[in-house]
Design a protein around this ligand. Sequence first.
Ligand SMILES: [Zn+2]
Length: 610
Amino acid sequence: MSSSNRPTRLFFLLCCVGLLVLPTLGLPSGGPAPVVAPVITDEALRKHISFLASDDLKGRLPGTPGAEKAARYIADGFKRAGLTPLGDHGWYQEFPFIAKVKLGAKNRFAWTRDGRTTAARVDEDFRPLSFTSPAPVEGDAVFAGFGISAADDAQYDDYAGLDVKDKIVVVLPYSPAGSNPHTKFGKYLTVRYKALTARTKGAKALVVIVEDDTFKESQIARLRYDDASGDAGLPCLAISRQMANAMFAGKTVAGLEQSIAAASKPDSFPVAGVHIALEGEVVKETQTGRNVVGLLEGSDPTLRNEIIVIGAHYDHLGLGGPGSLAEKEGQIHNGADDNASGTAGVMELAAAFAATKPRPKRSILFIAFSAEEKGLIGSAFYVEHPPQKPRAIAAMLNMDMIGRLRDDKLTVQGIGTSPDWRPLVERANGGEAKLALTLGEDGYGPSDHSSFYKKQIPVLFFFTGNHPDYHRPTDDVDKINFPGEHRVLDFVYRIADAVANQPAKPAYVKAKSEDPAARTSGGFRVYLGTIPDYNAQVQGVRLDGVRENSPAAKTGLKAGDVLVGLNGREIKNVYDYTYVLQELKPDQEIEVVILRGTEKLTLKLTPGKR
Ligand SMILES: [Zn+2]
């Protein structure tokens, strides 16, 4: 049987029946070869991935020419397949996202000692940080070492015995162990953490000294959006080492870094006689992202109103920055596996289903999402503004990193989101092309299917696993397993084909929470079961939902609640939430404060063990 004119769906259905009958008929086991997707070839996959992951597209950062080229390439593929454009701009569904931040007009930093005031120059001596809160403040200066308060965890506390209430805290970059993330100070390196700590201690503002003698070269002072809404809740500015030395009069930044590191003992002090007045303002710049959307109309007059979504994100990290695991920025992150592989998969499955005779009964919507790496922004926008309305989405199949099949291993997440999935997935994995499947229940996860699951849509997520090139410039075409990806796509084709033709659409169920221990800890000791909405533009953390039977569910938290306090700490953004989570202990009851509509509620919650 050749792949080009693969047997029709009827044959596939027969296969299924055959499998049942065969044993009784005494025919040899293994049965007929499983159905493969028409027209898909390794060469076509190589062509797509080579183009999408080429240096020319410069890592496909949303809003850049490289991402636009990718979107046009995908649209051309959908057009060749004979799909119908279903965006609000032809093939494209446009959506806004915060691409970067730039300096606002109101930036000021001046310090006074003995009646003499020194005014710093913006962009030369100081700069606001992207998550600064805009309020102008003034106060006495206090030097708080590296701004770390971790007496329990790291036996180190720069704030021990230090009064910073209503003062302006000045801190060193990173930690006594430098910027190395693999030390006991690893989780205290970021300025977001230092901001939360200074705010919790009652400081009026945080001033962080940069790591580089050349202010303009500083990574810390770089003005860039860190993909989290919600500012730090206090003004946060970076100053040059020269400016700090002038303020310290006698002591030097380098000297303090060395002496504290050598003794591994804090050396915090009020900066005698220094009063600071500052203001930081940044402006968020939005750009337009583009989802690419194409429809294959179903053949059945009724079932065509139920839509199966086959999707993948096509954006990636550009030259690095937030999300990159590369040592330094500036290198093209080609993103061959993440996620040129999934994007090529969507294009090839579109061609395969368009060539399938008879046409599937349900309609199939092929979507290439953008801004996934920035927090699932494209898919979140899609589910809030679905252009296919009023037709409903019956199921969503998401492919993210399917290009590195090793030892036949494929992870399929979302099994717990419909009772239909397990038997269907296992049936589709028949014959000699059998894959070694790892099935996961959860519908939530770090990719676009999560946006659909939160809308009570059954989802499946296909993933060939992590690898050392993940989110690094080395995620290149030469490491893609093309025959392996082809097998994965045949498997996805069989699943989608079955869903698109079965009498009833898959039933949705809320997935049982997997054993928390099964999940990667992410450095947390506790498990709450909350699902943060990374896109909500709020102060605090809006919940997309909570996991079934989780501590959060037992406390009564629900989708739409905005979490503004945890364990006595104010929560202004997802970073605050992450840091406070790291401090919690299993089975120790804490208070959680939420806004539910206009109501402010304080509830008791007992974290579970991770
Ligand atoms: Zn990805």
